[in-house]
Design a protein around this ligand. Structure first.
Ligand code: TRP
Length: 431
């Protein structure tokens, strides 16, 4: 299995609720512990400006809350790259490069933008009334988030699938014009995670005002749960699990055995008040230890700021050289480095190079040789030319950190200093 880069972001426009926890935070923290993955998790605060226009205090507060939530739920910032989008100036820069290869028609078809236009049309308003260019550009900013780190997998909710498809389209357009710079990302949807119902039975969502904040103080959590909408069946009357918000919430937290036991209690006519108490206790059992950490973190924003700054440094170690390569690719080049045909040819001759080949075992290999033809790196077999090509692209784009992440699959054969020089050559002389 080759190393998979997993990336996802959460927009910093609100207070995390149980739906965010079950749908996004819990699965990503779990995924970050999987072997063979490299994880990028970030706070999408540029995206928040699109949704919260004119509420700076809320954006800042939400950034703190979401960062604290991720950390309290067990994300280890030493194991993953955990950062804030707006700490990476290369992201808006990439957004522009991508904007210039994105069809306006593609963006016209984005669900979120179309929904706003439809709403205006239905109300007899100007189609673009109240629609900012930010909303229109949302998918391009999101593509920049993903493509900057060449993510393979992007865990998201169903409502985001179209955005990942657009990121693929945009990446293909760029690659077609300027060479293979971007990996085509894929959405990862947690099939078995049901969307969580809110207090009123509809999908739990800020926009319905039916959420249960993940880290509501214990007493408030109890009160909110007691307010979940149920039918009017009396104690002793059998109850339906089907369509019961209370039951679905329980299921998202409980084991299969616990869930079966509650189903039986429903059939036996458990009183709603009692069922709510069962739900409260089960939720609180999972949440209480995390709540304690969360409350401490929230008291110490300076510590979170430091964690995010350290994450930004890690992220920029990739983003800065990669953006330099992309700038060069599109023609944003220093004028004292004009490529004359002669020097381009000379550089080619004196350059280290990757050679890709297939062995009798049917697998795909590559090696790196320096300008003198000396062998520096030797790969193991890869199942497909695409996998081998991806590993080469990693080494060319990321240099030594790329070598570190490939681990066992690429052996250093030559002198270490020569390897370092050769890899540096690729970073400094993008194709
Ligand atoms: N648009 C996503 C949401 O609202 C958040 C987001 C922004 C994101 N950039 C991303 C998710 C990149 C995955 C990858 O849920």
């Amino acid at each position: 299995m080759s190393l998979q880069r997993v990336l996802t972001g959460i927009t910093t426009s609100g207070t995390p609720h149980l739906g965010n926890y079950v749908g996004a935070v819990r699965p990503t923290v779990r995924a970050s512990r999987e072997p063979n993955t490299q994880n990028f998790y970030f706070l999408a605060d540029y995206h928040a400006l699109i949704k919260t226009g004119g509420d700076p205090v809320r954006v800042q507060r939400s950034t703190l809350e979401i960062a604290a939530t991720w950390l309290a739920c067990g994300l280890d910032p030493d194991k993953v790259t955990f950062y804030r989008q707006s700490d990476i100036p290369e992201i808006p820069e990439l957004t522009w490069l991508l904007t210039c290869v994105t069809g306006k028609g593609l963006l016209n078809r984005a669900h979120a933008y179309k929904a706003s236009v439809d709403k205006n049309n239905a109300a007899g308003e100007d189609p673009d009334a109240g629609v900012t260019a930010g909303l229109f550009m949302y998918p391009v900013l999101m593509a920049a988030d993903i493509l900057m780190f060449n993510a393979h997998q992007v865990p998201v909710g169903r409502d985001q699938i179209q955005h990942i498809e657009m990121a693929r389209d945009i990446a293909s357009s760029f690659n077609h014009l300027y060479g293979e710079h971007f990996t085509l990302p894929e959405a990862v949807i947690e099939e078995h995670v049901a969307t969580l119902p809110g207090l009123d039975g509809r999908k739990m969502s800020k926009s319905y005002d039916n959420t249960i904040p993940l880290f509501a103080p214990k007493e408030q959590l109890r009160k909110l749960i007691m307010g979940i909408l149920t039918d009017s069946r009396a104690p002793g009357e059998p109850k339906d699990t089907e369509g019961s918000a209370l039951f679905q919430l329980y299921q998202a937290f409980a084991s299969a055995d616990e869930t079966a036991a509650l189903a039986k209690a429903y059939a036996d006519g458990i009183a709603w008040g009692e069922a709510k108490q069962v739900l409260f206790e089960r939720l609180d059992r999972e949440i209480a230890p995390m709540r304690e950490i969360y409350d401490q973190l929230i008291q110490d924003p300076a510590r979170i700021e430091k964690t995010l700054k350290a994450g930004a440094e890690k992220a920029r170690a990739i983003a800065t050289p990669f953006t330099a390569r992309l700038r060069h690719a599109v023609g944003l080049r220093p004028l004292d480095q004009m490529a004359t045909q002669k020097s381009a040819k000379a550089a080619k001759v004196a350059a280290p190079s990757f050679k890709q080949y297939r062995e009798k075992d049917g697998q795909f290999y590559f090696k790196l040789v320096d300008a003198q033809g000396e062998l520096l790196l030797q790969s193991e077999g890869f199942p497909s030319p695409r996998d081998a090509g991806q590993a080469i692209a990693d080494l060319q784009q990321r240099g030594e950190p790329g070598l570190a992440t490939l681990g066992e699959r690429v052996k250093v054969v030559g002198e270490r200093a020569k390897v370092t020089d050769a890899l540096r050559f690729f970073a400094q002389n993008p194709l």
